[in-house]
Design a protein around this ligand. Structure first.
Ligand code: DQA
Length: 140
């Protein structure tokens, strides 16, 4: 099974960025543990702070992998292009947010991604990525 994880803007700063909200682990250290735990899965990882690069990555992985775990970060709340892209590609997408976006500012309650995704996990920290992987494993 092939799974791509795509992270949006500022998620390269995990571990240093607002640790009270996003925790103190870097994504890289979490990802090493995830790969060790799911050694049979072939993972791809892409992070960008640029909206169009995220669209390009979704289009590319969309025909190459069995599932995409996507945290579009702030673009969740603004990007019609990312929502349209999810609807256009073959691979199913699970939307993940580390924080509980529904318990924060009002603008974080709008997602252009949720309605196009297989499902959404939010508020469970980095474990949300692992739970999305479990979803893909259990549906295959
Ligand atoms: C986030 C939530 C978004 O509202 C925010 O802009 C992020 C991270 C999360 O993982 O909790 O950058 O997607």
């Amino acid at each position: 099974m092939k799974i791509a994880i795509i992270n949006g803007p500022n998620l390269n700063l995990l571990g240093q960025r607002e640790p009270g909200i996003y925790g103190s682990d870097s994504f890289e250290s979490f990802f090493e543990k995830l790969k060790a735990q799911y050694a049979d899965i072939s993972f791809e990882y892409f992070q960008s702070n640029v909206e169009g690069e995220l669209v390009n990555a979704l289009q590319q992985y969309g025909s190459e992998v069995d599932g995409i775990v996507l945290n579009p970060a702030a673009y969740t709340h603004t990007s019609v292009a990312i929502g349209d892209c999810i609807a256009a590609i073959k691979a199913p997408v699970v939307e993940v947010h580390i924080s509980n976006v529904h318990a924060r500012e009002e603008f974080r309650k709008l997602s252009h991604v949720s309605g196009k995704s297989a499902g959404t996990i939010c508020g469970l920290g980095l474990d949300g990525y692992r739970l999305a992987v479990e979803y893909f494993l259990n549906r295959s």
